[in-house]
Write a protein that binds this ligand. Structure first.
Ligand code: MF3
Ligand code: CO
Ligand code: CO
Length: 267
């Protein structure tokens, strides 16, 4: 084994015990920034201003934004409102009362990547949006519960998909989670749907994200002319939550836990 560590036959890097501390620090900063941004989400606020504050917080922490300069992307966050599934670009658009939005932040701390997103509401949350957000959050947590050595990536996808569909919502297929660590996007593709026992087997030391996108309507998406913004084809509302996790000897460590306990939508 060289000093880069092991790679499985599926191309998945196995990190060492000491590497968990690096991921913990990066994940904690990303989560803390999402905590701090909550009070700045309100009707009339622009997503550009929220992004500007996020960039400032990343810099103030002495960290680096992983998204600025990534494939030509220019912002420190993705902000995806209502029927935007993911990769919404911050801008001059003002939030309206009842808008639901995902804010996704990825930071680099000492070379380690922390990637997390969660849902927010501007003003008053409707019952139907609340239900979508709650199911999406719980779907992520059910996926995380399936993370332990010996289970497979298909077990994660199955846990998410079966829960979402039992609640008569749909799982987006066009985007997936990803390995991360000292890089932003690495093998494997972490699918949010699948069959029990399918896919690579989980091993201690694997680091990856789980980031299900759930639609109230059909799962199909399309990307707008800006080449980033993904929306639901049927214009139905979409929600997403994302954690960065590591497989431990007995289960899972969530690197992006909210220091303020503000991840769950009913905080
Ligand atoms: N943070 C996103 C993810 O979860 C990726 C955003 S890439 C960007 O993988 F360029 F759009 F910011
Ligand atoms: Co991600
Ligand atoms: Co992300």
């Amino acid at each position: 084994m060289d000093d880069k560590g092991q790679i499985t036959r599926d191309g998945i890097r196995i990190y060492q015990e000491a590497d968990f501390a690096g991921m913990h620090a990066a994940g904690k900063l990303a989560a803390q920034i999402l905590d701090e941004v909550a009070e700045h989400v309100f009707p009339g606020q622009t997503t550009g201003e929220i992004d500007r504050m996020i960039e400032e917080k990343v810099n103030a922490a002495g960290a680096t934004s992983a998204t600025i300069g990534y494939k030509g992307y220019k912002h420190a966050s993705c902000i995806s409102i209502n029927h935007v599934v993911c990769h919404g670009i911050p801008g001059d658009k003002k939030l309206k009362d009842g808008d639901i939005l995902n804010i996704d932040v990825t930071v680099i701390v000492d070379g380690w990547y922390g990637d997390t997103s969660r849902m927010y509401v501007a003003g008053k949350l409707s019952r139907k949006s609340e239900r979508l957000i709650e199911i999406t959050h719980d779907a992520l947590m059910k996926g995380i519960e399936a993370v332990k050595p010996g289970n497979t990536f298909g077990d994660i996808g199955y846990a998410i998909q079966s829960f979402v569909e039992a609640n008569r919502m749909s799982v987006v297929r066009d985007f997936c989670g990803h390995g991360l660590g000292r890089v932003f996007h690495a093998p494997p593709n972490v699918l949010h749907y699948g069959r029990p026992g399918s896919g690579p087997t989980l091993e201690e030391g694997m680091f990856f994200t789980i980031e299900p996108m759930v639609n109230l309507g059909r799962p199909e998406t399309k990307v707008l002319a800006d080449d980033w913004t993904a929306v639901t084809r049927d214009k139905s509302l979409s929600a997403q939550f994302e954690h960065s996790v590591g497989v431990t000897a007995n289960g899972v460590e969530i690197f992006t836990l909210s220091p303020a306990g503000k991840f769950h939508p009913t905080y």
